[in-house]
Design a protein around this ligand. Structure first.
Ligand code: MYA
Ligand code: JJ1
Length: 388
């Protein structure tokens, strides 16, 4: 069934119910001297390239490959359109390795036709913090699909991760592979219902007119929580404390330090938005919410070419009810002209999705760990991790 994945140190379907298998690494690290020193062989028309995301030219090549060939919905109506600034942010966190930004070119034309990336992250599973690679942006050009290039790319990124003495990874995918640690549901909150309906992202509900639908999704012009403001650089220590304390409750979550928070959560125009609540009396930081910008190309619509989507990232409430905090997030996303606000049912998100008029999407997202076993499949609400 899974000729490649059956050979890899990942949870296998046959082991799913087996409580005798321990939690933790599936295989031990090998001595670094035993890690293969040369890249894996590609079919002869192709060659490896390391993509320098600092280079405007390389970043542009990656952007073009992904814009035309990356993830689509099940009916091929929309395709993720990560911006160059977003890719630079996603791929250059603290301690990143340039060697983990891996491209494949056609030898003769030098055209970039495939890509896979890793970035380092400390991820806690139960009470163990493990240095892992987060693997993302696996993409093979549409014309080169089903030639078994993906397994070679996965083996090569694995080799380059091993060279840095890192033996675990985390990744998400829309497809079922051996075997998910958890499966999440996408939810969508219409901000611009007319456009969403016009482009086929959503439909008019039963017994609904366009004007009733627009009214249903109306939001206030201004946020309502006193002390709600954009996060600033001087907030990094307080946000780090708030977030670290919050993420403790989940079975799998990142172990963020101040450098991580500065990188992953400080606002970056058109990439990441973060807001917090500073108590007007005590000036304490009590609540936090964030979302990232990931537009999708609309495939084959006369009137619209991009869907502006915000994706819920990390949110923490200690004083402001989470519903009110997320309603303020919706209000700022609307002010910023997003068409839709998306969220997974991870962490405590279920507690606000229905009340804030999110509806379930047709997409699921499966979470995976490489070379790390968990005894049980997790509920989405036990996941404290959002990958980009
Ligand atoms: S998820 C986003 C993936 N990208 C897309 O969906 C974009 C559009 N699709 C494509 O570009 C291609 O269809 C891809 C497959 C490149 C996905 N994750 O080359 P093939 C297995 C893992 O003939 P193609 C993301 O970026 C498939 O089951 N494996 O197929 C996270 C089969 O294996 P098996 C996948 O369609 C990526 C084999 O590949 C995926 O031409 C995490 C077929 O290869 C997938 N999304 O290319 C990667 N899709 O026979 C794993 C298919 O066994 C990281 N396959 O079933 C693992 C950790 C590594 C680091 C470890 C460090 C210690
Ligand atoms: O965006 C998604 N689905 C949309 C569009 C569906 C278009 C037809 N297939 C959707 N819309 C309904 C919205 C509606 C709004 C009012 C309330 C009710 C709901 O359902 C889906 C997620 O639902 N997205 C995808 O399918 C994209 C791929 C998802 C897998 C991602 C893999 C990620 C890679 C990892 O790094």
């Amino acid at each position: 069934r899974h000729k490649f994945w059956e050979t890899q140190p990942v949870g296998q379907f046959k082991d799913l119910g087996d409580a005798s298998l321990p939690e933790g690494p599936i295989e031990p690290p090998t001595p670094l001297s035993e890690v293969k020193q040369e890249p894996y062989n590609l079919p002869s028309p192709y060659e490896w390239t390391t993509c320098d995301m600092d280079s405007e030219e390389m970043c542009n090549e990656v952007y073009v490959l992904l814009t035309n060939n990356y993830v689509e919905d099940d009916e091929n109506m929309f395709r993720f359109n990560y911006s160059k600034e977003f890719l630079r942010w996603a791929l250059r966190p603290p301690g990143f390795y340039r060697s983990w930004h891996i491209g494949v070119r056609v030898k003769t034309s030098k055209k970039l036709v495939a890509f896979i990336t890793g970035v380092p992250a400390r991820i806690r599973a139960r009470d163990t913090v493990v240095t892992m690679a987060e693997i993302n942006f696996l993409c093979v050009h549409k014309k080169l699909r089903s030639k078994r290039l993906a397994p070679v790319m996965i083996k090569e990124v694995t080799r380059r991760v091993h060279m840095e003495n890192i033996w675990q990874a985390a990744y998400t995918a829309g497809v079922v592979l051996p075997t998910p640690i958890s499966t999440c549901q996408y939810w969508h909150r219409s901000l611009n219902p007319k456009k969403l309906i016009d482009v086929g992202f959503s439909r008019l509900g039963a017994r609904m007119t366009m004007s009733r639908t627009i009214k249903l999704y109306k939001l206030p012009d201004q946020t309502v929580t006193p002390g709600f403001r954009k996060m600033e650089p001087h907030d990094v220590p307080a946000v780090t404390r708030l977030l670290r304390n919050y993420l403790k409750q989940f079975v799998v979550a990142p172990d963020f330090d101040e450098n991580d928070v500065e990188h992953w959560l400080l606002p970056k125009e058109g990439v990441i938005d973060s807001y917090l609540v500073e108590s007007p009396e005590t000036h304490e930081i009590t609540d936090f919410c964030s979302f990232y910008t990931l537009p999708s190309s609309i495939l084959g619509n006369q009137n619209h070419s991009t869907l502006k989507a915000a994706y819920s990232y990390y949110n923490v409430s200690t004083k402001t009810p989470l519903i009110q905090l997320m309603n303020d997030a919706l209000i700022v996303a609307k002010q910023k002209d997003f068409d839709v606000f998306n969220a997974l049912d991870v962490m405590q998100n279920e507690s606000f999705l229905k009340q804030l008029k999110f509806g379930p999407g047709d997409g699921k997202l499966h979470y995976y760990l490489y070379n790390y076993r968990l005894k049980h499949v997790l509920r989405a609400s036990e996941l404290g991790l959002v990958l980009l």
